[in-house]
Design a protein around this ligand. Structure first.
Ligand code: ADP
Length: 311
């Protein structure tokens, strides 16, 4: 378990992390979301034992990150921002060096190295120097070193940064696969990533927690939650359909998109307008080319919670 109590980091008078209190349990994939400068990296660096807090406490699997930092670090795999250090080393020798510094037993060493080479698909770059690798491969070497000792806790700072869409997909699958047995914290500014891998999201801004909930519950706070998207065949008159839908008691307002011959009907509080719209459409003989219910838009919730300062 990870336990943070009133965790605070100041740089001079500037408060980068402001009394963060939260716990994370095994099986949780926690997404740290927030605008640039929110304090995500600072918090992760404190948890990973690379930065001391100014005040407050944090522990990992029962070990205090300051006073028992060696034990805490053993439990953690940490992927920092950017590329692994040691640019002169090849990927292979870097990972062997990490295996040694993590004191992985001789009997496990080769097997673990081969497993992470395979998992992160590093085969073609193992003998290439790190500073000659593409950004995507550097990120994958970084991930390989983070998971090499099969830690109980993974702290990953923007794990898919620099990866192409296929590689992003692969890394997200890897995180999903590992998540059953581990605590995973990732920071990201990609809201689709939160949907894809996280079962909990903490939104921070100016060093403070503004929301702590499941992505589903956060989406349900969106004004798009239960809104109905309606697209009409080109032969249909959008304005007539719009005013009929707008007069339904289940519909609070609509937004039309003339270029697409479509509209979104936002629900009256607590209502789900799908059935009423479907019935009205059937009675009036409307030709829909698309009709679907929105689950909610995390990006809109994120922007409203963080005051529009999202990257
Ligand atoms: P995020 O990861 O959410 O983008 P950071 O944790 O990197 O945010 O930074 C939080 C705030 O702390 C930012 O305003 C940043 O400029 C500031 N900061 C980070 N490191 C230092 C430092 N070493 N000295 C002074 N200010 C810093």
């Amino acid at each position: 378990m990870i336990n943070c109590k009133a965790l605070t980091k100041k740089y001079g008078n500037f408060v980068a992390v402001n009394e963060l209190t939260f716990q994370v349990q095994a099986g949780e994939v926690l997404g740290f979301l927030g605008p640039n400068g929110a304090g995500k990296t600072t918090t992760m660096r404190i948890l990973a034992g690379f930065l001391s807090p100014t005040a407050g406490k944090a522990s990992v699997c029962g070990f205090d990150v300051e006073t028992q930092s060696t034990e805490a670090k053993r439990k953690i795999g940490y992927l920092p921002e950017g590329a692994p250090s040691y640019p002169e080393m090849t990927s292979r020798s870097f990972l062997e060096f990490i295996a040694d510094s993590r004191k992985i037993s001789i009997s496990n060493r080769q097997r673990r190295l081969e497993e992470v080479h395979e998992l992160l698909q590093l085969g073609t770059v193992l003998d290439q120097k790190i500073d000659t690798l593409s950004k995507g491969f550097r990120r994958r070497v970084g991930l390989a070193q983070a998971i090499l000792h099969d830690p109980e806790v993974l702290i990953l700072d923007e794990p898919t940064d620099g990866l192409d869409p296929n590689q992003k997909h692969e890394v997200r699958r890897l995180i999903n696969r590992m998540s059953e047995r581990k605590i995973i914290i990732i920071s990201t500014h990609l809201l689709e990533e939160v949907d894809a891998v996280c079962n909990r999201a903490i939104i921070i801004s100016d060093g403070k927690i503004l929301a702590d909930d499941s992505p589903k519950n956060l989406e349900s706070k969106s004004k798009f939650h239960n809104a109905v998207s309606v697209k009409l065949l080109n032969s249909m008159n959008l304005n007539i359909v719009d005013s009929a839908i707008n007069s339904l008691p289940e519909v609070a307002s609509t937004r039309i998109d003339e270029n697409n011959n479509s509209l979104i009907a936002f629900p009256t509080k607590g209502k789900t307008p799908l059935e009423a719209i479907t019935k009205l459409g059937a009675a009036e003989g409307w030709d829909f080319s698309e009709l679907h219910v929105e689950s909610g838009r995390l990006d809109e919730v994120f922007r409203s919670i963080t005051g529009g300062t999202a990257r």
